[in-house]
Design a protein around this ligand. Structure first.
Ligand code: CMC
Length: 393
């Protein structure tokens, strides 16, 4: 004892240095490579943010054209990879498929396993960013029993993703521009978030020099939980369970009860203790999307706004600095554009893939990079003699 400092939940331990993302939790600030998330969400596109996170600067037109071309080269997945899906139960959670299929990429792209070669690291970034929407959309199609839809490189990143989700051989799907913009914005807002649980998992798995596909697959596993990426799914289930505004106080009461494990989903954040800037942007997007689609979600949105209003006036939430986080609104938007609840976390995974893989790249390229190996404070027995089984009990 005394050699190490105990820091459960890593509340006060910085695990690495990084140039990708800056967060000031008290002021509600989030920046990627020095650009504010509000400005990026307003003026940029998801693919441009991918370039920014990967290369460190916003691209010139020529650089961006080349990047888009490189991504387009990799949007398809190997036909044999698509056969993996049929090994899963039809009712499997799509995140289970994502964990497996992304991990399986390492069996298909052997050159990407050469992590010491910067060219191969870059190809891995392109492969993952390009293929992850194809993989997620295929997980959805498999759960529906519908044929897979191949990527269409003439479409934007988000329009292509939506089309792979919703197009069928008998009914052409053309997404509304407002819906495409909202999807792109959701992807931008989830692109990276410094050392959250899934990103730290990717770094830790990758620190053993494991291949990047298995490291990202580990990240997807960590993201799945309701305290992290699974929260948007849980928010929508909670809002539907609340059902009518008059039941909100009952749920607030439950969230405050120390003997009830229930928490208000979409509220609170480990780092943001004032406001989550991503939630602010998404609240606006909610209005825009609900105007053009998702009349059914209007009621849910009203309940969400009322819940937010009541919670923000309640001493319990004020004292603990609990505010709506990004997931409070993303679920409503996704639901309004027809995305089923069990796909919400997959979309988070699609968005976060650029964050995971660029954080992985940053770590691998660090001089003196070492395997992540935390210590512990042992609280078990002192040394004691072994007793034969006949003498126990
Ligand atoms: N509802 C009710 N009480 C809460 C909530 C909530 N959503 N969140 C925290 N608290 C209470 C908690 O019970 C504790 O109270 P007390 O001090 O009386 O014991 C206090 O606030 C501090 O909570 P904590 O668990 O120590 O805080 P944390 O920083 O470890 O947890 C969190 C952060 C996000 C896991 C947590 O706020 C939570 O479970 N929120 C709901 C799930 C959620 O929305 N997750 C999405 C996070 S944003 C997306 C992402 O980045 O993944």
């Amino acid at each position: 004892f005394g050699l190490f400092t105990l820091d459960p939940g890593f509340r006060s331990t910085a695990s690495c240095e990084s140039k990708l993302t800056f967060i000031d939790g008290d002021k509600g600030v989030l920046q990627h490579r020095g650009y504010s998330i509000e400005e990026l969400a307003e003026k940029s596109t998801y693919l441009e943010v991918c370039y920014l996170l990967d290369m460190g600067e916003l691209p010139t037109q020529a650089q961006f054209d080349e990047f888009k071309h490189l991504i387009a080269t990799h949007t398809m997945v190997h036909e044999q990879l698509l056969r993996f899906y049929s090994g899963y139960r039809r009712d499997a959670h799509p995140m289970a498929l994502m964990v497996g299929v992304v991990g399986a990429l390492s069996a298909f792209y052997h050159d990407s396993l050469n992590i010491r070669d910067p060219r191969h690291r870059e190809i891995t970034v392109h492969r993952l960013v390009a293929k992850i929407p194809t993989i997620a959309a295929a997980a959805y199609k498999y759960s529906k029993g519908q044929p897979f839809v191949y990527p269409n490189n003439k479409l934007s990143y988000s329009a292509n993703f939506l089309t792979m989700m919703f197009d069928t051989p008998c009914d052409e799907y053309v997404p509304h521009p407002v819906v495409v913009r909202a999807m792109d914005r959701i992807l931008i807002l989830h692109a990276d978030h410094e050392q959250n649980a899934s990103t730290s998992t990717v770094r830790l798995a990758g620190s053993s020099l494991a291949n990047p596909f298995s490291a990202v697959s580990a990240g997807i596993s960590a993201l799945w939980g309701p305290a992290h990426g699974g929260a948007n799914e849980a928010v929508l289930r909670m809002l539907k369970e609340i059902g009518t505004a008059d039941r909100i106080p009952e749920f607030i009461q439950r969230a405050k009860d120390p003997d009830d494990p229930f928490r208000l989903m979409g509220f609170g954040h480990r780092v943001y203790k004032n406001t989550d800037p991503r939630a602010r942007v998404l609240k606006q997007s909610c209005d825009e999307v609900l105007e053009v689609v998702g009349a059914g979600e209007q009621e849910i949105f009203k309940i969400a706004m009322k819940l937010e209003e009541i919670a923000l006036q309640d001493e319990y939430f004020i004292q603990r600095k609990l505010f709506p986080n990004v997931d409070f609104y993303s679920g409503i938007i996704l639901s309004a554009i027809g995305i089923p609840t069990n796909m919400f976390t997959c979309i988070f995974a699609v968005a976060r893939t650029i964050g995971w893989i660029t954080q992985w790249k940053e770590m691998i390229e660090e001089p003196g990079q070492a395997i992540g190996r935390p210590r512990q404070l042992y609280t078990g027995y002192d040394i004691r003699p072994y007793k034969p089984i006949s003498e126990r009990g």
